[in-house]
Design a protein around this ligand. Structure first.
Ligand code: ADP
Ligand code: MG
Length: 234
């Protein structure tokens, strides 16, 4: 990366405050962190430390109370809702702990919907088929989420995240609802996509197995970054 090229993502002194009646929660306090293209990075920390809040800011699901979030050099916190939604639909892929597939849609339709929302209609059918084949589900296109195992549902979610070729994939505790065998298989799959296609992955987890694969571990405590270390992952 040449001098002056913006990082894929830069969070600058971001804070997030939630107010519920008389109660104020400082979910993030003055967080600064940047992520480069091609990273395989984990945000770790105990429950309530702010991992999801931070991923939601980076993923344009939410805005900081103060500070900045730059994505590909653009200050996304200042965008209007519709524009923010466009960035999210086109540039970010999400993988959640509870899969978040649409129950009435088939695997194929769940993945296709992501392409529609991103406005990428060209070659849609072959791209959806390829994405589902890449995650080992070529024979399951017509199944609804309830007809798939947890591991298979997470594979559909990975295909949905990857099909639009996003700049960044955000995976919030992606193995939390999987047994260790399926969790490891899902992680191997994401690792392969990172290696082969250079897809950038940002995780949150407290699963030691996920952490052992990370190349970089950013530690959060009480809404602050308390560590940023090189992981064991290759
Ligand atoms: P983690 O993902 O590390 O478990 P979160 O980012 O979910 O942490 O939460 C950080 C803090 O912010 C916690 O104290 C949590 O209760 C609070 N919080 C998160 N989301 C909301 C919300 N929508 N409204 C109020 N408080 C919230
Ligand atoms: Mg969380």
């Amino acid at each position: 990366m040449s001098e002056g090229t913006p990082k894929l993502c830069e969070v600058q002194n971001a804070s997030k405050v939630y107010r519920m009646g008389d109660i104020t929660v400082h979910a993030l306090s003055g967080v600064s962190v940047s992520v480069g293209s091609g990273e395989f990075t984990v945000f770790s920390g105990p429950s309530g430390s702010g991992k999801s809040t931070l991923l939601n800011l980076i993923g344009c699901l939410d805005r900081p109370s103060s500070g900045k979030v730059l994505l590909e050099g653009q200050d996304v916190a200042s965008l209007a809702d519709a524009a923010l939604g466009q960035v999210r639909a086109r540039r970010i892929g999400f993988i959640f702990q509870s899969f978040n597939l649409i129950p009435v849609l088939t695997a194929y339709e769940n993945v296709e919907l992501a392409l529609r929302l991103a406005g990428q209609l060209q070659d849609a059918e072959s791209r959806v088929r390829q994405a589902l084949s890449d995650v080992g589900l070529a024979d399951y296109l017509g199944r609804r989420p309830s007809q798939l195992s947890g591991g298979q549902q997470q594979r559909v979610a990975i295909a949905r995240a990857l099909v639009k070729r996003p700049a960044l994939v955000i995976a919030d505790e992606p193995t939390a609802n999987l047994d260790s065998k399926n969790g490891a298989a899902i992680l191997d799959l994401m690792k392969e996509m990172n290696r082969r296609d250079g897809v950038t992955f940002l995780f949150s987890t407290h699963d030691p197995m996920v952490m052992s694969h990370a190349r970089r571990i950013v530690s959060l405590r009480d809404g602050e970054v308390v560590g940023d270390t090189v992981g064991e992952g290759k």
